[in-house]
Write a protein that binds this ligand. Structure first.
Ligand code: PMP
Length: 433
């Protein structure tokens, strides 16, 4: 029946019975029925190269990951109040990749839950609830996460920053408030301004939360020196530092396993999501012993599904696969090749104003000669790439950034294919859109 159900029927049913705020990708939506590595396959057997899905981290339906989940599911799945080897195994795999200061884990089921728990930890550890976050940051879909996500509350349907959220300008060195020299320091000064404003209200700083590369903001790399300076200022004010690694973690950055390591800082709390379960709902919060001890104030933290044996079997196999198959190295090599070639492409096509990112987490920003964003053209390119069997996504506050964040099994040949069609589409006549 499913194979016979036409897409039009599926769309009509969704319209009737699924929430209207759930969106669909592409003007003509696709029905995907299989995944295989860096490819997804639709109901007609058409294969698409996936440059978007950073959840299918070690490849769609990775054989070993699927098998680990299936085998554990057939044995037992229950909550983490019983002893089980898998939860310890996943903890060990993760801790091996982290600095020794970050030594305590809590497992949850989504990136939103991870950030939600991180903010609860901040409140318990500091007694403060004021949070500093970046403009156009996104940290999740729960009440608290929306409250710290300028991407949402400053966008359609939002009503601005809540009283305890303090937003500093997007630290974008290409088209942001500060460009050119000393941007790291200048943006760190903007964080200081928020600290001062919290103090003026007679309150203290709870935490500073940011992604190491701001994804929804348009793959914005933090300017050199910014994060270390911002951490220094936040800590001087008694606040904690959270690195949201929901998109950037688990080897995608290439040079480092975690994004914060690119900036030589050690956060107090790290939140991990998307890639950890390779599509299975699994996420985690890692924190320092001090934060964990303060959070354990007598109230039990119970999470029905978090850290269950099936999720942990999957998570441990994901991390083992990254290590065994040297996928961090692959992200570095393929990512650097692709980034260099995209730079070359920008010489040919001046609408490519900026190419940025690390490893297999890149962004291409499309602008006119005066650096005005070209949203319609960006959308056109993503749509045309689909016609050539390549999935790409767009983002950024002005919807003019093409994001590249494929499964990190993405090969140099995949990168070449992407470049081939990108060059073809960029040569089309779409400027008048
Ligand atoms: N943080 C970041 C940086 C994210 O990109 C997302 C999801 N896009 C989340 C948190 C929330 O994760 P989830 O959708 O798994 O709840």
């Amino acid at each position: 029946k499913t194979l016979e159900t036409s897409n039009a029927e599926l769309i009509a049913y969704r319209k009737q019975h699924l929430g209207k705020s759930l969106s669909l990708q592409y003007k003509v939506p696709i029905k995907m029925v299989r995944g295989a590595g860096q490819y997804v396959i639709d109901q007609f057997g058409r294969k698409y190269l996936d440059t978007v899905n950073n959840v299918a981290h070690v490849g769609h339906e990775n054989y070993k990951v699927v098998k680990a989940g299936q085998e554990q599911m057939a044995l037992i799945n229950t909550n983490s109040r019983y002893l089980h080897d898998n939860i310890n195994a996943l903890a060990e795999e993760l801790l091996e990749t982290l600095p020794p200061e970050l030594s305590v884990l809590h497992f949850v089921n989504s990136g939103s839950e991870a950030n939600e728990l991180a903010i609860r930890m901040v409140k318990a550890a500091t007694g403060q609830r004021d949070i500093i976050a970046s403009e156009v940051g996104y940290h999740g879909n729960s009440n608290m996460c929306i409250d710290i996500s300028s991407y949402k509350f400053d966008g359609k349907g939002g009503s601005g920053a809540p009283e305890h959220t303090h937003i500093f300008p997007l630290p974008d060195a290409f088209r942001g408030k500060y460009t050119g020299e000393h941007t790291g320091e200048l943006y760190a000064e903007e964080v200081q301004k928020q600290i001062d404003s919290i103090h003026k209200k007679g309150r203290g700083v709870g935490a500073f939360i940011i992604e190491p590369i701001i994804s929804c903001g348009g793959q914005v790399e933090l300017p050199e020196g910014f994060l270390a300076k911002a951490y220094e200022k936040v800590r001087a004010a008694g606040g904690l530092c959270i690195s949201d690694e929901v998109q950037t973690g688990c080897g995608r950055m290439g040079k480092t396993f975690w994004g914060f390591q690119l900036h030589d800082v050690t956060p107090d709390i790290v939140t991990i999501g998307k890639p950890l379960g390779n599509g299975h709902p699994l996420a985690a919060v890692v924190c320092t012993r001090d934060v964990a001890d303060k959070f354990a104030n007598g109230m039990e933290y119970f999470n029905t599904f978090g850290g269950n044996p099936v999720s942990c079997a999957i998570g441990a196999e994901v991390i083992r696969t990254v290590k065994r198959e040297k996928l961090q190295e692959n992200a570095l090599n393929v990512g650097e090749f692709l980034k260099a070639e995209l730079h070359n492409l920008s010489q040919e096509f001046p609408i490519i104003g900026d190419v940025r990112g690390q490893g297999l987490f890149l962004g291409i920003e499309l602008v006119d000669a005066d650096k005005n964003p070209l949203a319609a053209q960006t959308d056109y390119i993503a749509d045309r790439m689909k016609d050539h069997g390549i999935l790409m996504s767009t983002d950024g506050p002005d919807h003019n950034v093409l994001k590249i964040k494929p499964p990190i099994v993405f090969t140099k040949a995949n990168a070449e294919e992407l470049l081939l069609y990108l060059r073809k589409v960029l040569a089309e006549d779409f400027m008048k859109l």
